[in-house]
Design a protein around this ligand. Sequence first.
Ligand code: UDP
Length: 488
Amino acid sequence: MHRHHVLLITYPAQGHINPSLQLAKRLINLGARVTVSTTVHMHRRMSDKPSIRGLSFVPFSDGFDDGFTLSDDSNYDHYMTEYERRGTEFVTDLINSAAEEGQHPFTCVVYTFLQNWVAEAARAFHLPSVVLWPQPAVLLDIHYYYFHGYRDYINEKITKEPSSCSLELPGLPRLQPSCDLPSFYLESNNSISKYRNSFIASLIEKQFRHLDQEVKPRILANTFEALEPDALRAVDDKLDVIPIGPLIPSAFLDVEKDGDGDSSYGGNIFKHSNDYVEWLDSQAERSVVYVSFGSFWVLAKKQMEEMARALLDSRHPFLWVIRKKEKKEKEKEEEEDEELSCREELEARGKIVEWCSQVEVLSHGSLGCFVTHCGWNSTMESLASGVPMVAFPQWVDQKTNAKLIEDVWKTGVRVDREEEEEEGVVEAGEIKRCVEVVMGSGEKAKELRENADKWKMLAREAVKEGGSSEQNLRTFLHQVHDLLPQSR
Ligand code: UDP
């Protein structure tokens, strides 16, 4: 087999960059060469880019080399139009020049979801392209159903009986529309969320319409066979969903190290110091509550105060990631007094950091519980590390992920929200209740820990040599190779 050269285009967000870099490393381990591209701005921000033989980075300009903040909602569609236009030009030129140089022409293009322009550029060169799906297969199915015949059924359930009925979609667990569906299916009174939600919905629809043009398009999914056996098959007459996850650095999956320094994702867009490691080392086994809401979401000040109170009242040591606000977020909230009222007490009783290496934190023996926004990467990392969760979802896919964590995999409890609205504040007492369930000594805590241990073991099985995800990726590479014109 000729050596593959994969072009991997990742959307400029930490939640896309992390699994992409991990996929790049796995492909290289299977003998491929990989070129990773994202925007100049993100490329500059990635402080610790992995340096591995066979991996190269070629960034492109989206016209916002000094950054574009998502809170500029009214500009987001302008941003995406520019991103697509400039990205298409870049991908076309890059494929062209690699082919002309003749030494390492591309053999396949992989792109994270919502960038179907990449596939169109690849198609002009008859290059196979494939989506990297960065969420659970269940969500892929829900979206697929919604845009293929179930829209009216889902909308009717949402409008008529959102919190009392259950939504039944073939091959999927029963969902309660008001709290288990991705946020953009639900109307919100908040105009910012409404705008973002409808914009994301239109991007998802566009991506599906593009996939509809192919017969059984292949989709690489950051999940694994044992985790979602039914969802992976729910629409298998239409989509070839290939589970290749968890896409987590191998050092955290007990997979034999291959000398590539694979002990971090290596693409952090936020700076951090490492002093929390020493702090974690000084804590008792399974005693620490880790709190993080990912790379994007910022809790409202009121919610932060409730979280602070809950952490102080529950009396466990805690590590809390509070990201520094980006400039635009700050401007929006200039009225608010930024500092938490009990910051001093928090710092005396726990550890607050601006960012950390989350995979490292989750694999630390002192971790007892993860209070998470249920971003998919965080969810997978927690599952693969065997850490039970308090699920505190905010928007997009996170509510569905929370449902899976609580009801299907049974590795966490979900905070109860009085109003199922994004801006509804969850009170300290409720957060504390959930932390106590997970950290306590009762039957429920035992069950959660046992399940967490089980998923940790199964996640590792999937990625070890001969495991289902490892085999799937290997087979995928062979199949794609067979699609190539003979001349390559
Ligand atoms: N992350 C990290 N340090 C932090 C917070 C998050 O390394 O302090 C990483 C985390 O390990 C995950 C990613 O950032 O890989 C966040 O992705 P996720 O899908 O969980 O959430 P998003 O940021 O997309 O909302």
